[in-house]
Design a protein around this ligand. Structure first.
Ligand code: FCB
Length: 453
């Protein structure tokens, strides 16, 4: 059997204790208790209760029951030896009705944050990991410009309460997925379809991010503030398909990162969708491009593309490559190249955290053991990919495994297990998979090294 410890090259900057290792989760995917503690419905509750939207019609009603098991979960995270825990706050737990504040919701997260700090871990908090309050969707959700202002109000409230107690704030997680899967292709909540809708929703999300930034800085001047993007870099199937790859990257992540780092939308996308331009008011792009302290990058896979007969980008399957259970190609090299591409594209690129990276499996627990050989290899290879990017000059400051534990994987329900910890949904028993043990063993030896060195 391979060694149960990830190995970082001897001269790797990731061995230094200033490099942050963590694990990540999000509220709706793990908490459950959807009607407890004063929480009201989010668009994901509504979406899940609509038959046919989620595999097996599953939902987050119970999920990992983290709302009740949070204390043992935080202890388990600490047991992994990580420096930081990345979680998200459920907006409808904090603002269950328009202009209301739910103290019970704030206290729930406060106990988690305090416990993490007591155990010596930093806390990275995402304000929006896709669970928009349903009452805001009823007024148009992210298609309504007003929602951007509601988001800023909520960000002000959370940061006003926690201030510097949250070490790192993230406004949005993956606006691409929230806007395009939710409001353009209809495969995530709230299930709306249309290019114009997708582009408009994304502009309003970015505006919400920009409006929140100065409030976060005012309320938490010592914390770091930024936003998290997902990126699945495109490769041309043949050299003649480069234009398709460029458009795919432009829609997939330049559309979201350019406004923040360059204060403009990519013309490739604007030119390709002349009839779907969002309403951008004077000053919006100045608001959106407020300086950020870092950006987060979530990376899982790459895609290979060309134009189909109608001039649309199509993804070409790579049958010879290895894939994870969810069907995503494993391509660590894509991560190195993505980071280098970002570094080239944005001269003012702030430090990067890899805020998510991981692999889905259909893991089973046998006699208290979960052997997830593919995931363990996946992490080893992607850690090396990050190290290669650092050696090429990219300023990467941290790496978070997605996910701490198996959880509700959105439209895929519970069948896709992304955890480094296995969850038995019948008993809520948690079992460290081999990938978690390898993570822990790497972190233990890194911390010994740092003590001795
Ligand atoms: C990302 C999401 C995260 C999880 C992983 C697999 O797009 O941010 O919640 O679903 O994918």
């Amino acid at each position: 059997m391979h060694s149960l410890k990830y190995n970082l090259p001897t001269d790797s900057k990731m061995r230094d204790k200033s490099f942050v290792f963590g694990v990540a989760t999000s509220a709706y995917q793990i908490e459950g208790a959807v009607t407890e503690g004063g929480r009201t419905a989010s668009i994901w509750d509504t979406f899940c209760y609509t038959p046919g939207k989620v595999d097996n019609n599953e939902n987050g009603d119970i999920a990992c029951d983290h709302y009740h098991l949070w204390e043992q979960d935080i202890e388990m995270i600490h047991g992994l030896g990580v420096d930081a825990y990345r979680l998200s706050i459920s907006w409808p737990r904090i603002v269950p009705r328009d202009n209301c504040v739910n103290q019970e919701g704030l206290h729930f997260y406060e106990r988690i944050i305090d416990k993490c700090h007591a155990l010596g871990m930093q806390v990275y908090v995402t304000l929006y990991h896709w669970d928009l309050p349903q009452y805001l969707e009823d007024k148009g959700g992210w298609l309504n410009r007003e929602t951007a202002y509601k988001f800023a109000q909520y960000a002000d409230l959370v940061s006003g309460y926690f201030g510097n107690k949250i070490d790192v704030y993230t406004t949005l997680n993956e606006p691409f997925v929230a806007a395009f899967l939710g409001y353009r292709w209809g495969i995530h909540a709230p299930g709306i379809k249309g290019d114009a809708q997708g582009l408009l929703a994304s502009h309003h999300m970015l505006l919400g991010h920009g409006l929140a930034m100065p409030l976060l800085r005012k309320n938490a001047p010592n914390a770091k503030h930024g936003v998290v993007f997902n990126a699945s870099p495109a490769y041309p199937e043949n050299p003649t398909d480069q234009e398709a790859a460029d458009l795919c990257d432009a829609e997939g992540f330049h559309w979201f990162i350019d406004p923040v780092l360059k204060g403009e939308y990519p013309t490739l996308v604007l030119d390709h969708y002349p009839a779907a331009h969002p309403m951008i008011l004077a000053g919006d792009l100045d608001i959106i491009s407020a300086p950020v302290d870092y950006i987060g990058i979530n990376y899982y896979s790459r895609c290979v593309v060309r134009f189909d007969a109608n001039g649309q980008v199509e993804t070409i399957a790579q049958p010879d490559a290895e894939h994870t259970y969810i069907g995503w190609e494993i391509c660590p090299q894509g991560l190195t190249e993505l980071l280098i591409r970002l570094d080239k594209r944005y001269p003012n690129l702030p430090p990067i955290y890899i805020t998510e990276n991981g692999a889905a499996g259909n893991d089973v627990c046998v006699d208290g053991e979960v052997i997830d050989e593919q995931r363990t290899r996946y992490f080893q290879d992607h850690l090396e990919a990050v190290d290669n990017a650092i050696n090429a000059g990219v300023d990467v400051k941290g790496y978070f495994a997605w996910s701490l534990m198996d959880n509700f994987e959105w439209a895929f329900g519970y069948a896709q297990r992304f955890g480094i910890v296995h969850v038995d949904y019948q008993t809520q028993k948690r079992t460290l998979k081999q990938s978690a043990i390898a993570f822990r063993n790497m972190l233990i030896s890194r911390s010994l090294e740092n003590k001795n060195g």
